[in-house]
Design a protein around this ligand. Sequence first.
Ligand code: SF4
Ligand code: SF4
Length: 663
Amino acid sequence: MIALDVQTTTRQVFVNIAPWMRIVFFIMITASMLVMAWQLEKRRRLWRTGERPGFTRDWRVWLQRLTVYALAQKRVHKKSLGALLHLLLSSGFIVLAIGTTLLAIAYDGPYYFHHGWYYLIYEVTLDIFGVAFCLGCLLALYRRAWSKPPSLGHNWRDWWLLSCLLAIGLTGFLVEALRIHFTQVQPWLAHWSVIGWAIDVTFLRGLGLKTAQNLHLASWWVHAILVGAFFVTFPVNRFLHTLTGPLNIATRPKRPMGALAPLTMAEVEESGRTGVAELRNFTQSQLLSLDACMECGRCEDACPAFASGKPLSPKAVVVDLRDLMSLGGGNVHETIRDETLWACTMCQACVQECPVLIGHVDLISDMRRDLIGEGRLSGPPAKALQQIGNQANPYGRSNTDRLAWAEGLDVPTVESNPDFEYLLWVGCAASFDSRAQKIARATAQLLQQAGVNFAVLGREETCTGDPARRIGDEFLFQERAQTNIETLGRRKVKKIVTPCPHCHNTIKNEYPQFGGQYEVQHHSALLAELIAAGRLPNESKNDDEGPITLHDPCYLARVNGETEASRQVIGAAHDPEYREMPRCGKKTFCCGAGGGRMWFDEAPEQRVSKLRATEAVATGAKTLATACPFCLNMMTDGVAGTPGAEEMKVMDISELLLSRQAK
Ligand code: SF4
Ligand code: SF4
């Protein structure tokens, strides 16, 4: 008997709504959607003021990114109140929106499919996700009222948005319960509308049918008006990110995290500037990305510049630029101060954390390029650039001293060993800085001990241009890149190994932009391979090393995803005393040297290295290992004077491994 009922079961759409009311409803909803479309078009026109499109147009990339970052929401932390409420709200909203659209299609379309098992499953599904939606709204309201993280953006529009959404959800359930009550739906059928039925049997038992019908009509109108108001305000509140977020995720430029966009002379001629001075100098893709920000604050929480008290918040950069866009554009330097732009270490932590894939580093880099073009940099970093231009290294040393570090080691050069397998790219720091030179020595000695066929370029090696590009001198970088690519071609280089993560990143990810393609390894990877092949013993550590902790360099771990090799080199897996810092691996914390900050003067209390040294000390380690000459110097500086770090040694992984060979 029930089986027969199931086949024919359905409910009347617009029950209790007079025909003239339906017309008013359709006019109201159409008008509110037109207002929404008009406001969205105004935003689109603002994005279109960008000088070039800059979008990725590969639909396979769109699909892959939308699956990972929009549907699976990979960047949203899995164990937090914010993540839970976001999951409830977004899943509820998506299912309710799909359900309402299906109902409209069934009602207005040629084929009425809203009956039978489809209808029953529809009812129960929408009720379950309706609960998720209301719960998400309640948790979001609670979080803003009583548990708001400092970095979470907040204004009065958020109260409106969440209250409006919650009211839409609650009135939806009320309408359902009153309909069940006054139409006297059979109990077995009402059970499928589980929440409406529960409200009916709990609260509406003694309610007269006529009263229920009148209340149904009133609640239906409140629900409908709220939906119309939501459409009208959608483009001017945080909910806009549900559209712009996926758009930005899908279409943002496709480049390795460690590669900045090359600037061409044609672009300079087009804009008349070297970089971004006016908001319209950004690409359309970058302007769209500003509207994708939901002010969640994840970027700010991860930012070492912000944490160390510098005048930079990546969230504020995005929000300030968005506000400038809303005003119709203007000069970015009147909104973003020079000190803010120079404070960035380009560690990419903000980019890694952003759920909607906003490219803060690209924004900052583009504005830095303009500052350089306008000559607005002075002091030590300006001198470093000058020295890269004049002496081909930021230390201002003669390139004839490039092999000073190798004294007494009989290191083969490309001239003495032209049939080398690996080119050891030493890098400027390990070539010229007296402390970092020990890394070059240790690496070369280890390669010699393992019988690796390698050579160095000697005086033919010049700065990769990494500091120039990150400070903002793009054409100085390109000059260095082209010279080096020419040298590497002339010397028929195929495999490169380097102890510097910045050289590693630039040669691997940025030289291909100019035709330089090589197999590039960080020394940690090659040393780990040699250990695994039994060519370098690494059985036990020295007594004086004590407990070890590892500082992962940003451009090795976060930017290039290489975290295991360094641990293999120091034998972390077999060392019961090994300590991991809370921020480790791909989620490492900067040392403060990147983005050219190595050459900026810093007040001691604003040093990122101090924060990192404090974390290292808290592990109880006696040796702080690292895998980058810049990190080595910054952490040596950070450890000095940090309470509890009096006994702490800072060493490169190659130095540790070499000291174990000598046992
Ligand atoms: S790159 Fe690093 S320092 Fe720069 S804004 Fe992002 S998190 Fe902050
Ligand atoms: S830029 Fe990204 S991470 Fe930062 S507040 Fe906006 S959405 Fe959140």
